[in-house]
Design a protein around this ligand. Structure first.
Ligand code: DC
Length: 230
């Protein structure tokens, strides 16, 4: 049964990179028949635009100015509900998954003006439908009244190993130590920024996925939902 025929629900999943947010969110959205919104993809799309324009991500003024030229929109593939993301009408879903975009997004997503634009878009999307939304500030800022809030974490080594295997599967050469170092830097930037830092909401349930399978995490979240009457 689709969730839209029963009580609407907003599930917020936050946590650091590599904690398994998108994998878990995708599984959950399929199981529940609700839309999955990947907010990291939106920040990546802004980063892609600035890279293409040759803007230095540290140049806040130019990044903010560029926002007027950026329109981010999303659509869903009807077969499997996967999110497609568009930059001024161009489908950039495959282009935002590079290391260059990751590094740039980590800097530009710290700017309050960038966050404000993305937050408005995210809130609008969750206004009228049930969603599983993942990011860094969903439970704290974007959907503070979400019915279910999960903070997913895992120790840094486990997260780095996951990313390493992901890249290996794609045939991309990677160095585990370098991945772990980059992750540390990004974790610190996400958690240390002034605007909407990565933080567990007071009413979020903490799940450490270091030693759990995907199925086990999804089951845990379903238990949490059941306890809340969903
Ligand atoms: O989850 P991800 O790696 O796709 O996120 C890309 C970048 O965007 C990352 O640096 C964290 C940032 N981000 C954010 O600041 N707030 C969100 N809600 C989602 C992502």
């Amino acid at each position: 049964m689709s969730r839209e025929t029963s009580k609407p629900i907003r599930i917020a999943i936050d946590g650091p990179a590599g904690a398994g947010k998108s994998t878990i969110a995708k599984h959950l959205s399929k199981k529940l028949g609700v839309v999955y919104i990947d907010t990291g993809a939106m920040y990546r799309t802004v980063a892609l635009f600035t890279i293409r324009k040759g803007i230095d991500p540290q140049d806040r003024k130019s990044v903010v100015k560029a926002l007027d030229e950026i329109e981010v929109s999303i659509s869903y593939s009807p077969e499997d509900q996967t999110q497609q993301i568009f930059l001024n009408g161009e489908n950039v879903s495959g282009l935002i998954r590079t290391e260059e975009v990751s590094a740039c997004a980590s800097v530009t997503s710290a700017y309050a003006e960038v966050r404000s634009k993305m937050t408005q878009l995210q809130q609008k999307l969750a206004e009228s439908m049930s969603v599983v939304m993942d990011g860094r500030d969903i439970g704290t800022v974007v959907l503070p009244k979400a019915e279910v809030k999960i903070f997913l974490t895992a120790d840094r080594n486990a997260r780095a190993k996951r990313r390493f295997l992901e890249l290996k599967e794609k045939g991309v050469e990677a160095d585990l130590e370098e991945i772990e170092r980059d992750m540390k830097e990004r974790d610190e930037r996400d958690a240390g920024r002034e605007c909407a830092p990565l933080k567990q909401a007071e009413d979020a349930v903490l799940l450490d996925t270091s030693n759990l399978s995907i199925e086990e995490v999804v089951e845990e979240i379903e238990k949490i939902m059941k306890d809340k009457g969903y």
